[in-house]
Design a protein around this ligand. Sequence first.
Ligand SMILES: Cc1cc2nc3c(=O)[nH]c(=O)nc-3n(C[C@H](O)[C@H](O)[C@H](O)COP(=O)(O)OP(=O)(O)OC[C@H]3O[C@@H](n4cnc5c(N)ncnc54)[C@H](O)[C@@H]3O)c2cc1C
Ligand SMILES: NC(=O)c1ccc[n+]([C@@H]2O[C@H](COP(=O)([O-])OP(=O)(O)OC[C@H]3O[C@@H](n4cnc5c(N)ncnc54)[C@H](OP(=O)(O)O)[C@@H]3O)[C@@H](O)[C@H]2O)c1
Length: 379
Amino acid sequence: MPSQVYSRKNPFQARLTVNRPLTLPGSGKDTRHYELSLEGSGLVYECGDSMGVFCKNDPELVDDILRRLGFSGSEPVATGERPPEPVRDVLLRDCDLGLPDRKFLKAIVDRSSSAPLLASLLSPERRDDLMQFLRGQDVLDFLHQHPSTTFTPQEFVPTLRKLQPRLYSIASSRKAVGEAVHFTIGTVRYEIRKRLRKGVCSSWLAERVTPETPVPLFVHSAKGFRMPEDSSTAMIMVGPGTGVAPFRAFLQERKVCGASGKNWLFFGEQHAATDFLYGEELERYRADGILTRLDTAFSRDQAGKIYVQDRMREAAAELWHWIGGGAHVFVCGDASRMAKDVDEALHGILAEQGGLGREGAALYLEQMKKDKRYKRDVY
Ligand SMILES: Cc1cc2nc3c(=O)[nH]c(=O)nc-3n(C[C@H](O)[C@H](O)[C@H](O)COP(=O)(O)OP(=O)(O)OC[C@H]3O[C@@H](n4cnc5c(N)ncnc54)[C@H](O)[C@@H]3O)c2cc1C
Ligand SMILES: NC(=O)c1ccc[n+]([C@@H]2O[C@H](COP(=O)([O-])OP(=O)(O)OC[C@H]3O[C@@H](n4cnc5c(N)ncnc54)[C@H](OP(=O)(O)O)[C@@H]3O)[C@@H](O)[C@H]2O)c1
């Protein structure tokens, strides 16, 4: 079937072929390498693209909600999209059971005699307080906090948001792996109020998807995060943690195409011994000369933190030499802290090494963005 047949509205049902831990025992993280077969899909993706993955909720969480609401799970619910289905199936597949929105909170307030705080937080002028209050709370938390609240299954389901697909950076080059796609995914797990919380999609993939489970996915194109058209152009890639994913794809592609452009990767994680994602593969790329330079920043292997931007500052003169020579700069991974700090470091490096001053450095980076030489994919 041609690739355009498959889309977010009509996802391809891929099959998982590999689920392998990248982090080793003793790591504080569970980051995994996944491979999925796209055989027969005709799906076309480019290095730099992501894929959207539709996932399912944790049956244990769904059963806790059913128990709290006194549902057996088999009660039929009509959603308008399909003929009525058992409420358990609908909750597993369609409903976001994480952070609730105003519709759900209002339904709690309307049905509960004990929600004056929540009622006051729903007023438009207290939007920020509400956001603060909601942090780390999910649908089950609110149901437990308001034990007198009752719903019928048909009333309950429409109060919930629709479960959305999750995006993952593609960690493979089609030219290297054929009809397959690879991902690098950190499994989200954390504890709040003595209950283990699990990221819906990352823990579905890590714990419950088998080679027999269809994994519905679609290509999410990222035209602003492409490798340079000219394969002799140098690339500087900054990808700590799962941010390394697209750069694994870039390196695969450069190798398979015999590209002459130089490649420099900055990788960071907590500990070298347990968290060097794709460590052996990256070392091989360095030995083969595909990676001209590999700089690592293991943040927790010494008393003070060392981050990728510290390694960039240490290599400032060489970085300026590459950038001045036309290299493209890519950043992928954490948006909230890392990408800002790396941006700040780049400003400093250009200001000092390029002799541009702060204003000149800002203008230079703006121009690099316009020229599609400074590209970011952060989340
Ligand atoms: C373009 C793009 C590319 C991406 N690429 C990748 C990738 O290559 N690899 C990858 O791993 N991820 C990637 N992501 C993130 C990915 O899409 C998901 O957001 C991630 O896997 C979590 O989804 P989930 O369903 O497992 O967790 P969810 O069920 O969505 O839960 C995540 C939420 O849990 C909350 N949370 C998490 N930790 C804590 C904590 N300690 N305390 C309190 N609350 C917490 C936060 O609100 C967070 O948003 C990408 C995102 C984008 C937008
Ligand atoms: N939206 C979501 O639901 C979701 C889910 C999963 C991941 N993410 C995002 O994806 C990011 C990647 O997660 P990850 O676990 O693979 O890696 P990560 O948390 O980014 O950690 C990778 C490395 O970056 C370091 N780091 C922390 N702050 C930094 C900073 N300001 N500048 C540079 N490096 C910094 C970490 O050090 P220390 O840990 O020692 O500080 C660690 O060594 C997360 O941070 C998160 O923002 C989002």
